[in-house]
Ligand binder design. Sequence first.
Ligand SMILES: Nc1ncnc2c1ncn2[C@@H]1O[C@H](COP(=O)(O)OP(=O)(O)OP(=O)(O)O)[C@@H](O)[C@H]1O
Length: 191
Amino acid sequence: MEGPKIILLVSGKRKSGKDYICERVKSLIGEDKCSIIRISAPLKRLYAQQHNLDLKELMSDTPYKEKYRLDMINWSDEVRKENPGYFCKAACDEALTKPVWIISDVRRKTDISWFRETYADKIKTVRISAEDGVRRSRGWQYTEGVDDVASECNLDDFIDWDIQIINDNEVEGKNAVERVVSYIELFLHGV
Ligand SMILES: Nc1ncnc2c1ncn2[C@@H]1O[C@H](COP(=O)(O)OP(=O)(O)OP(=O)(O)O)[C@@H](O)[C@H]1O
């Protein structure tokens, strides 16, 4: 089977609703046609392997993950210094071939550059935002060393988004999902 026809690169602050939006888009497009891919999956797996840690705990939202977060960020920065697209490539290499890929955790300009260099005009960028108060109501708490570092802020000044979404409530979320699905369908099938 040939490779993906369209690849959405989704970015947004913590608790802006990336998983929420991506999962709903996927279920409307259909499991058979759409995969959600996380760059953090191979990153965490490789980190766990190299440091002899429990991957399941590392993937979850637990104090275990928090304990290793900073070290994992530093380790992944070292890997990226050598090869900026390393984790992006690893995530794509293990993904199922489907017409639509949604990369749900794009965090850096170097991620976007790698995808554009590799997949050219199949790449579409999506930025999701939500008010800080809304993010707080979803469980976000500003944390030094997490919210003020490159992995959270590197795309704050990126402006070249194909789709920008405000996701402050259910109605906006629903509208955004419909917009993204129409965009994908148009790209796949034309008018
Ligand atoms: N439009 C919406 N309407 C109702 N609930 C929402 C909406 N968007 C997100 N949520 C809820 O807010 C919470 C956080 O959303 P989600 O996990 O998708 O955020 P995220 O950006 O993926 O977070 P993180 O960066 O921490 O992984 C979830 O409980 C989700 O169900």
